[in-house]
Design a binder for this molecule. Structure first.
Ligand SMILES: NC(=O)c1ccc[n+]([C@@H]2O[C@H](COP(=O)([O-])OP(=O)(O)OC[C@H]3O[C@@H](n4cnc5c(N)ncnc54)[C@H](OP(=O)(O)O)[C@@H]3O)[C@@H](O)[C@H]2O)c1
Length: 343
């Protein structure tokens, strides 16, 4: 699909991935980008048009999608002290609202951003784009309450619902499941890790050889653009990773180096798991995610490198920015913004 002058709706256009995608779609592809945002006061010049609204608001979503050839659905509830149903309202209900509006507007392509965590945490040993999704019958919505991963469980449910709706309504759906996406402006995988290292918080679990599956923002955006431009991506899911075995020690170590060689702290896996128990008991009672969760321990200690062979084969994808270069660009941004001291 040629994207020049095509009107593309990006939900979550004020977010980390949505914003970079909007910048590149306009600058490199000549697309007309409409951003669906909740707070118009924060938007800058990275979109061509603004639609205001929440993804749970059917009418606002309809207005946003109207006249667009493509929808890229980035908006999601990712964190926060909220109950499972609140996550589901946005990550399942919001996704279905977008797909419903896309059907009415006859959009040519729909790209949905899921997550590698949809495969379950920990992921299957040989995880790849066609591995089954997790959080299903045996690890369903109810079971995720004590483990604390409302985000991942609701994203898996949202992706399943998206496939079902798209098949029933013949929508040209492509799913991208990003891994830990870092780079300039990332809150989850740049600003937060930097803060954690700076404060001396424990960031490594067990033998510290857990695998991080980091992906640099522009490598992920490359993959999304390739998927959008190539009809072979219709009806397919892709893992948004780099296929490299970067460990958490290397990942956090890069931030520690930027901070002048801070020491990294960790804790044994068994201690981390024991710490989760009282929080999980409380979660069973109050229904909110535990502050220390078993799913986080699994996330930081598994050793699975997500396979990206399908993206290479079907889309000709190759991560252009190495881990070292990605961290160099990230550091450059952090210094330019004055977040870490220059010199
Ligand atoms: N970054 C990663 O490492 C990563 C990894 C795996 C998957 N993903 C997926 O990639 C997508 C984009 O992630 P991101 O890192 O760009 O996240 P982000 O920076 O948190 O951006 C998410 C955006 O969603 C918007 N949003 C949240 N709830 C909304 C609602 N109810 N209605 C309308 N907009 C809403 C937020 O709007 P406000 O600005 O108004 O808050 C925000 O702009 C998400 O679907 C996420 O699950 C990201």
């Amino acid at each position: 699909m040629n994207l020049r002058d095509q009107r593309i709706l990006i939900t979550g256009a004020n977010g980390f991935i949505g914003r970079r995608l909007a910048e590149r779609l306009r600058a490199e592809e000549g697309a007309v980008v409409r951003g669906l945002v909740r707070d118009a006061s924060r938007i800058t010049h990275h979109v061509s048009e603004i639609a205001i609204g929440d993804v749970v608001d059917v009418d606002a979503v309809r207005r946003a999608v109207d006249g667009c050839a493509v929808v890229i659905h980035c908006a999601a509830m990712q964190s926060g002290r909220a109950r499972l149903d609140d996550y589901r309202r946005v990550n399942v209900g919001g996704t279905l609202n977008l797909l419903g509006a896309a059907r009415e507007a006859n959009v040519a392509r729909f790209i949905h951003l899921s997550t590698i965590n949809a495969h379950g945490v920990p992921p299957p040993r040989d995880a790849h784009a066609d591995s089954p999704l997790g959080w299903g019958a045996s690890r369903g919505a109810i079971n995720c309450v004590p483990t604390g991963d409302f985000y991942s469980a609701s994203k898996a449910e949202g992706e399943r619902a998206a496939w079902q709706f798209a098949r029933a309504n013949k929508i040209a759906l492509t799913v991208i499941r990003p891994a830990c996406t870092y780079g300039p402006r990332s809150n989850a995988w740049t600003l937060t890790p930097l803060r954690r290292v700076k404060c001396g918080r424990p960031v490594l679990i067990g033998g510290s050889d857990g695998i991080c599956n980091a992906v640099y923002i522009d490598n992920l955006v490359d993959l999304i653009l390739l998927a959008l431009k190539n009809d072979a991506a219709i009806g397919q899911a892709f893992v948004g990773a780099e296929g490299r075995g970067v460990t958490w020690r290397e990942f956090y170590g890069a931030y520690a180096r930027m901070l002048g060689g801070r020491r990294l702290f960790g804790m044994p896996r068994v201690v981390a798991l024991a710490l989760t128990l009282p929080f999980e008991m409380l979660a069973r009672v109050d229904g909110f995610p535990p502050r220390v969760a078993r799913s986080s321990v699994e996330f930081y200690s598994h050793r699975v490198v997500f396979d990206i062979e399908k993206s290479k084969r079907l889309l000709g994808y190759a991560p252009r920015v190495s881990f070292e270069e990605g961290m160099r660009r990230t550091e450059e941004w952090l210094r330019a913004e004055g977040i870490i001291a220059t010199g």
